[in-house]
Design a protein around this ligand. Structure first.
Ligand code: FAD
Length: 466
């Protein structure tokens, strides 16, 4: 039987990063993955394929809607969905192969099969063959699966999750998206650009409910301009399929009225739940909370001292970069170091166009906590860069402590804000004041100038270009 210092169960961004960092720190490491490609949800059916389709559909939309205003005449533009999906798969394959390479480079043994606990130091792997390995420590990184509502039967043909939406064979005529969160908006926008009518039905009274409400309003306004439809404050009560027709029934909570939406595809994007099936947690006595997540302490250690858990399978934001930070954190903890994660500074991003990005506290959170703050906001439309590219929707908003000027939150909507949010993270990590950002030179013309201007607005209400 092979013995390891560390076994990692699950090869998503949490698991594979944990394995690499363990190996870097000199631990003999194994990684166990039940599928035959590495990379987990993120690389196979999450972050990477969704961004590939967002990019392809964005190019198409530019060609049919925006090339003309730039003076580019291309005639009759068509897309080939099969080719687009095949390209997406090519990007996924290249990326997952990259993880295989990294495992080899770091001398990490890869086992393909379902890993389940025999006891606290032995794991059975059920793959093409059955084998058992011994591990002094185990990191559980088994991730999550799409959630549904109790009364919805996912047939995976027309009543689908994000996984199926990434490989449709036709563009829906009318896609009803249940859930106005990140995944619903991103995939809704892909199919809207390709010609589908898209209606987003959301229970809350705003989109992307966890972010600053100004962002919710701005992204809704921008997506409405792109002809996406929204039914907010609607509680879905039933989803029925009759042949190719789908009926979504909902209660309009504002009007207390029953409504129906008819379409040919329903994308159920109501969140994801932790995945622990097959792990045999009972054998080691590790509890899960009422949402099915593995309980861990501040060291991400379960109640069994040599078993840790990270990523989507534990509490916190279900994001790839959060899982990665936790992977590094546990590896360094095992090596006797004292790592730290600032969960307040894990950025959140929606990769629609315009993009939405956020870090730190929202205005709602600051108000609730009774923090006295000031706010500076700058519209993208006032930037030369935005006018040059034609991407004028959005803003940057900086929230800072009223007394100390320390930046407490940065919230953005606009072109390339998924990349711009790093400036907010860096500033907050170094506990910058709004004035610190305001006094830094930002290249002209860039979208980043909106960050400087918002910081100027937050400092003494002295933006230069508005
Ligand atoms: P996962 O990536 O879910 O990996 C878990 C792995 O464990 C899987 O490969 C699974 O097969 C394996 N496994 C499970 N049980 C066992 C077992 N018993 N034995 C062996 N293997 C097992 N996040 C972002 O940060 N940015 C994005 O842009 C983004 N876009 C997304 C788009 C979509 C459509 C979706 C669905 C998700 C997106 N996410 C995004 C979320 C992101 O994918 C997850 O937060 C991330 O993958 C979590 O990583 P993880 O390592 O915890 O688990």
């Amino acid at each position: 039987m092979s013995s390891y210092d560390v076994a990692v169960i699950g090869s998503g961004p949490g698991g594979y990063v944990a394995a690499i960092r363990c190996a870097q720190l000199g631990m003999k490491t194994a990684i166990i993955e039940k599928y035959n490609t590495l990379g987990g949800t993120c690389l196979n059916v999450g972050c990477i394929p969704s961004k590939a389709l967002l990019d392809s559909s964005h190019h198409y939309e530019d060609a049919i809607k925006h090339f003309d205003e730039h003076g580019i005449e291309v005639g009759d533009v068509k897309f080939n969905l099969e080719k687009m999906i095949a390209r997406k798969q090519g990007v996924v394959d290249m990326t997952t192969k990259g993880i295989e390479f990294l495992m080899g480079k770091n001398k990490i043994d890869v086992y393909q099969g379902v890993g389940s606990f025999i006891d606290a130091t032995h794991i059975q792997i059920d793959g093409e063959k059955k084998e058992t390995i011994e591990a002094k420590n185990t990191i559980v990184a088994t991730g999550s699966k799409p959630s549904t509502l109790p009364f919805i039967t996912l047939d995976k043909e027309r009543i689908i999750t994000s996984t199926e939406a990434l490989k449709l064979k036709e563009v829906p005529k009318h896609m009803i998206v249940i859930g106005g969160g990140v995944i619903g908006l991103e995939l809704g926008q892909v199919y809207k650009r390709l010609g589908a009518e898209v209606t987003v039905v959301e229970y809350m009274d705003r989109l992307i409910a966890g972010m600053d409400s100004a962002q919710s309003k701005e992204i809704q306004k921008a997506l409405k301009k792109q002809k996406m439809k929204f039914a907010l404050s609607h509680a879905v009560t039933a989803v029925e399929r009759n042949g190719d027709e789908i009926t979504v029934k909902a209660t309009n909570n504002k009007k207390n009225a029953e409504v129906e939406f008819k379409g040919d595809y329903v994308l159920v994007a109501v969140g994801r739940h932790a995945y622990t099936e097959g792990l045999n947690l009972e054998a080691v006595g590790i509890p899960t909370d009422k949402r099915g997540k593995i309980e861990v302490n501040e060291h991400l250690q379960t109640n069994v001292s040599n078993i840790y858990a990270i990523g989507d399978v534990i509490k916190g934001a279900m994001l790839a970069h959060k899982a990665e930070e936790e992977g590094v954190f546990v590896a360094e903890t095992l090596a006797g170091q004292k790592p730290h994660i600032n969960y307040n500074l894990i950025p959140g991003v929606v990769y629609t166009w315009p993009e939405v990005a956020s870090v730190g506290k929202t205005e709602e959170q600051l108000k609730e906590a009774g923090v006295v703050y000031k706010s500076g906001q700058f519209p993208m439309r006032a930037l030369g860069r935005s006018r040059a590219s034609g991407d004028i929707d959005g803003f940057v908003k900086i929230l800072a402590d009223k007394t100390t000027d320390e930046v407490l939150g940065v919230h953005m909507v606009g072109a390339r804000v998924a990349d711009l949010i790093s400036e907010g993270v860096t500033a907050m990590e170094f506990r910058a004041s709004a004035e610190d950002i305001a006094r830094m030179s930002h290249a002209h013309p860039t979208y980043a100038e909106a960050v400087k201007e918002a910081a100027l607005a937050a400092t003494e209400d002295r933006p230069l270009h508005i």
